[in-house]
Design a protein around this ligand. Structure first.
Ligand code: GDP
Length: 530
């Protein structure tokens, strides 16, 4: 396969959904159709296994939620697919955001009975801002669910995107019999699933006008289908590939991940329509995937996946060129030359070594601490700097210190590494080196921090939650010192990891009050605005 072919056959996407919509199940079924696993259930079962693929951390086992995000690869009919898994829990939205930056398109999974849920809305917003194509899969249609027209309305009114049904369920409310494909005007009826979703389904295919189908379907089911299709053709949006590409129209699919119903038609249609690796914006200009020089950005770091070895894996999205094992690249942020040894990819049940990879692929590299989240790597003389990720304004704060002061060294090491991973935001407590202030978007981040420091660095934390809810990065005029700030007694001044001054304040009201009393100072809600 030529270099260009290798790139155009790649598809890198994320699945976004509210917890419980069936993301794990769908991922597993995609792997099943891709031949990466032979019996469904292995991904799920591994959720509780020691070195689980999509869930590395033991804390997830205890809580039954997906904390980390990971990536899985498989091949399907000439396509090389990278699925980015995103944590469903809202407390990890920053991690999810960074993962979505690595995707070229997204699959939005919606529970047929629940419709558009809170976390779906948030994740959708991120995808929409990036103008990436979004494909919608309405899951669990084997169950009692809502009317498909109502769901389409909800997607339009709540998310503000038009939906174009690529297929339509036949039979309603637990009596689903198959799927009508609108493009080919054909019906696919599913054989009764006898393996409880463990194996691929067989199906019967033919034209909608085929009298055989009228016979196979009950009279009223057949009539309803004909009526629905007429209505869709008359009143629905027209299909526009351009609108799909810009994220203005979402192709809509119906199916049931658990029973494999509609999974294969979805996968095939999706692979046809989803974009190959897309050009990326760097500070120096647009980087095309087919550029000869290699470039990549780090979107995730995970330390101690294997606690015995204290390894630190850096996940990068390749944006251009070809990767070969052991190649030397420039690390933009430090200016150092780095050799990319022992690259890893992630298959259904294990991680494996990689010899070559192309633009669009995600690879993991062991790194001892040079690279941070958001960093760029490239080859060639021309510098490339991919834009940094936006910082999420933290809303929760705590003061932390090691319970045992003899563990200070491990504490510092752990804090530095976990902050580099983007697990929490870390601030220097002015005047004290014994304790640090940490900021988070959600409370679970604190628990994970505490758990990981204990289990990976042997440090027990003493943590006191602080009453602040607002962080403001301050830009003082040159003539002014920090001590000149007025009326800040109720706030706390700290420094972020780049030594920038941050004020932690209790309420929005208080923030406005302080800002009014210091009119010459710029109060920014993220450092990106400074
Ligand atoms: P996640 O939290 O989004 O990863 O969701 P899971 O894949 O773990 O699924 C949540 C629950 O929904 C599990 O009990 C699944 O068995 C169930 N589930 C997933 N897909 C389907 C489906 O198509 N039909 C039905 N009835 N249940 C499903």
């Amino acid at each position: 396969m030529s270099f260009i072919d290798a790139i155009t056959h790649r598809r890198t996407f994320a699945i976004i959904s509210h917890p419980d919509a069936g993301k794990t199940t769908l991922t597993e079924k995609l792997l099943l159709y891709g031949g990466a696993i032979h019996l469904a259930g292995s991904v799920k079962a591994r959720k509780t296994a020691k070195h689980a693929v999509s869930d590395w951390m033991e804390i997830e086992k205890q809580r039954g939620i997906s904390v980390t995000s990971s990536v899985l690869q498989f091949d399907y009919e000439g396509h090389h697919i990278n699925i980015l898994d995103t944590p469903g829990h809202q407390d990890f939205s920053e991690d999810t955001y960074r993962t979505l930056m690595a995707a070229d398109s997204a699959v939005m999974l919606i529970d047929v009975a629940k419709g558009v849920e809170a976390q779906t809305k948030k994740l959708f917003k991120v995808c929409k801002e990036r103008h990436i194509p979004i494909f919608t899969f309405i899951n669990k249609i084997d169950h009692f669910g809502r009317n498909p027209f109502d769901l389409m309305d909800e997607i339009e009114s709540v998310l503000g995107i038009h939906a174009y049904p690529m297929n339509w369920p036949i039979g309603l409310n637990g009596n689903y019999q198959g799927i009508y494909d609108r493009r080919s005007a054909s019906i696919e009826l599913f054989a009764k699933d006898t393996s409880h979703g463990q194996q691929k389904l067989s199906s019967t295919k033919g034209s909608a006008a085929d009298p055989r189908f009228k016979e196979l379907l009950d009279d009223d089911v057949h009539k309803n289908l004909i009526d629905d299709i007429e209505l869709l053709d008359m009143a629905g949006d027209a299909f526009s590939a351009e609108q799909v590409a810009n994220g203005e129209l979402t192709p809509l699919f119906f199916g049931s991940a658990m029973t494999n119903f509609g999974v294969k038609p979805f996968l095939e249609s999706f692979l046809q329509m989803a974009p190959p690796p897309q050009p990326r914006h760097a500070k120096e200009g647009i980087v095309e995937p087919a550029d000869e020089e290699f470039s990549a950005f780090v979107f995730k770091i995970q330390a101690n996946m294997n606690p015995q070895h204290h390894d630190r894996m850096v996940f990068m999205r390749i944006c251009s060129g070809k990767f070969t094992k052991g190649m030397s690249v420039t690390h933009c942020q430090s200016g150092k030359t780095v050799r990319l040894m022992q690259p890893q990819q992630f298959l259904a049940t294990e991680r494996t070594g990689v010899e070559t990879a192309y633009a669009g692929d995600i690879i993991g590299i062991f790194d001892s601490g040079t690279m941070g989240v958001g960093d760029t790597l490239y080859t060639g003389k021309k510098k490339i700097t991919f834009k940094d990720f936006p910082t999420f304004p933290p809303e929760l704060f705590a003061r932390i210190r090691a319970k045992d002061s003899l563990k200070r060294k491990q504490f510092l090491k752990g804090m530095t590494q976990l902050a580099q991973e983007g697990a929490v935001q870390i601030y220097e407590n002015m005047g004290s080196l014994e304790s640090y202030i940490v900021g988070a978007v959600g409370p679970l981040q604190f628990e994970v921090l505490s758990y990981r420091l204990q289990h990976e660095y042997g440090v027990t934390l003493e943590m006191n939650r602080l009453p602040y809810t607002v962080a403001r990065w301050l830009a003082l005029p040159d003539t002014m010192a920090y001590s000149d700030l007025k009326n800040i007694d109720s706030a706390m001044a700290v420094k972020d990891h780049k030594q920038r001054l941050v004020l932690l304040i209790t309420t929005d009201w208080q923030t406005n009050w302080i800002a009014e009393r210091n009119p010459e100072v710029l109060f920014c809600s993220t450092p990106d605005e400074l």
